[in-house]
Write a protein that binds this ligand. Structure first.
Ligand SMILES: O=C(O)COP(=O)(O)O
Ligand SMILES: [Mg+2]
Length: 214
């Protein structure tokens, strides 16, 4: 394989605490009770609109007009992208050891995804950054992943996707791309039955080269 593409939230970074804080600002403005960090973790992975909908549904119901809540969430989150967010232990060492081009394919919108990477000194690793709004569709639609491979100048068969969710797994399958499942992220998902090509639970012990050179 000639490149490795990564998911962001729950895969490379523990971003849930800042997403949680912003979600509770949004909920307070809507007159709702706060949600817990664990609830927010379970709401991450399908883009920020879905997260806002899930927060509102969990605290009394989703209103017909979601636009002001999306706007409030984006505003609150943009202010504190990395106040509480940390790169998972071992990630930098693992990325430093990769000797093929790398890219990002996340459902987080592209502007906060890029800003988060800038603030945590991750941008330099990635040749391409694809956000949830960079193409016409979000994961699990294969489009953003296919777009990322093409932007790298490669075919889907030449790339490995690394992610932490069933959504990521389905996206890779739909795109025809090999998948490495990071099980230490946001989905306590039994990998049983999914049969990803590769699986790992710690960035400290993973050798990505074994995956993409296999
Ligand atoms: O749901 C999101 O906004 C982002 O999640 P992802 O980085 O795991 O794709
Ligand atoms: Mg993820």
């Amino acid at each position: 394989m000639k490149a490795v593409i990564f998911d962001l939230d729950g895969t490379l970074v523990h971003s849930a605490p800042d997403i949680h804080a912003a979600a509770n600002v949004m909920l307070a403005k809507a007159g709702r009770e706060p949600v817990t960090l664990d609830q927010v973790i379970s709401f991450i992975g399908n883009g920020i609109e879905k997260l806002v909908e899930r927060c509102l549904r969990a605290t009394g119901g989703a209103p017909a007009d979601m636009a002001p809540h999306y706007a409030e969430m984006n505003r609150a989150y943009a202010k504190d992208l990395t106040t509480l967010t940390r790169v998972f232990d071992g990630v930098r060492k693992a990325l430093d050891a990769v000797d093929v081009p790398m890219a990002l394919c996340t459902n987080k919108p592209e502007i906060p995804a890029r800003a988060l990477c800038d603030q945590l000194d991750l941008t330099r690793y990635f040749t391409v950054i694809t956000g949830g709004d960079s193409t016409q569709a979000k994961k699990p639609d294969p489009l953003p992943l296919v777009h990322t491979a093409l932007a790298l100048g490669l075919s889907v068969e030449e790339c490995l996707y690394v992610g932490d969710s069933v959504t990521d797994f389905r996206t890779a399958r739909a795109a025809g791309m090999q998948f490495a499942f990071f099980t230490g992220g946001y989905q306590p998902t039994p990998v049983n039955g999914l049969a990803p090509e590769e699986c790992f639970d710690s960035w400290n012990s993973v050798n990505l080269g074994q995956f993409y050179l296999a």
